[in-house]
Design a binder for this molecule. Structure first.
Ligand code: ZN
Length: 332
């Protein structure tokens, strides 16, 4: 048993309370490589932002749980080395799908877990979430639950259609499950293809797809029913068109990739939404930089030559999100 406290990590409780009160959101960046981790820590330290480093089940399988635990510890120590006296870093399990997986993460240094019972019938979702909450809280680990289903594909989480969260269920669910935060479905979506062209309109000037707006009426109704309760948005990458264009200009093939417009995420950050998940944008930033590098320097074969610009490009993206979208800068 390794407690996250030994690693210098924190849970989300105080972080979320401050974010809800302060009208900003904490970035939750997915990671599974050294370069992503370095870029996240550099961005968080430079902007003085708390940060959630999260891994899905697939990422944990890819990177190995033991290595991830020490990477998270390394992230805390690296932040201190970069001059941050009191780093606020959470290691979070994204989309835990069983009690056993959540328990294993809690026993191995995670400070926060998500139990995603959103595909289960309502009462089963409550029962599973409650079981995880009881174990987690005994170890001072915080728990994110989900009500409603997001469309899209993210590692092994996939759904064809979305089902918006029903506001009339949120009080009962949060009370009975005991969860610390709640992921809701209001029209965000997993992956780099969040909407089909049919769901979008086209900007007549640029020819780019414009996605349907988020259901802010549902968010506001949930806020009214659960005042001050931390709300989470998954699938909130913006799929920057300049990165998509770079990828496509250098041999890639991502036609009509589309994400959530940043002005809508900016608006959501000011509400009870206190955690915004961003994964695809990091993947795109990394891939764009590497593709461009390969194209421009065909003789390069040292991974450091192309991973360095990839890291720089991700860091730039993380800083942009923190400062321009979520507003979590200067909070340490
Ligand atoms: Zn998700």
């Amino acid at each position: 048993m390794t407690s996250y406290k030994e690693l210098g990590l924190v849970n989300t409780r105080e972080m979320f309370a401050k974010a809800v009160a302060g009208g900003y959101a904490i970035p939750a960046f997915n990671f599974n490589t050294l370069e992503q981790m370095q870029a996240i820590v550099q961005a968080a330290v430079e902007t003085k932002s708390p940060v959630i480093m999260q891994v899905s089940k697939g990422a944990r399988n890819y990177a190995n749980g033991t290595i991830l635990r020490y990477m998270a510890q390394g992230a805390v120590e690296y932040a201190k080395e970069l001059g941050c006296a009191n780093p606020q870093i959470v290691l979070h399990l994204d989309h835990g799908d069983s009690f056993e997986l959540c328990k294993d993460c809690i026993d191995n240094g995670f400070s926060s877990v998500m139990i995603d019972g959103s595909a289960l019938p309502y009462e089963e979702n409550i029962a599973l979430t409650k079981k995880v909450v009881e174990y987690a809280h005994a170890h001072d680990v915080t728990v994110e639950a989900e009500l409603g289903v997001l469309a899209g594909v993210e590692d092994e989480v996939a759904s064809e259609v979305s089902h918006y969260t029903k506001p009339e269920e949120v009080e009962d669910f949060s009370k009975r499950s005991g969860c610390d935060s709640l992921a809701i479905s209001i029209g965000t979506s997993h992956g780099a293809y969040k909407f089909t062209p049919e769901q979008c309109t086209r900007d007549p000037k640029t020819g780019k797809l414009v996605p349907p707006p988020l259901a802010f009426d549902i968010l506001h109704e949930i806020e009214k029913r659960l005042p001050g309760f931390p709300i989470v948005l998954h699938g909130s990458s913006s799929v920057p068109q300049d990165e998509v264009d770079t990828i496509n200009a250098h041999g890639g093939k991502l036609p009509d990739a589309v994400g959530i417009p940043e002005e809508q995420l900016r608006e959501a950050s000011k509400s009870a939404v206190c955690k915004i998940n961003i994964d695809s944008d990091s993947r795109l930033a990394m891939t764009a930089a590497i593709r461009k590098h390969f194209d421009e320097y065909p003789s390069h074969f040292d991974p450091r030559q192309y991973l360095k610009p990839a890291r720089e490009n991700m860091k730039k993206m993380y800083i942009h999100k923190i400062v321009e979208v979520l507003g979590s800068n200067d909070k340490l």
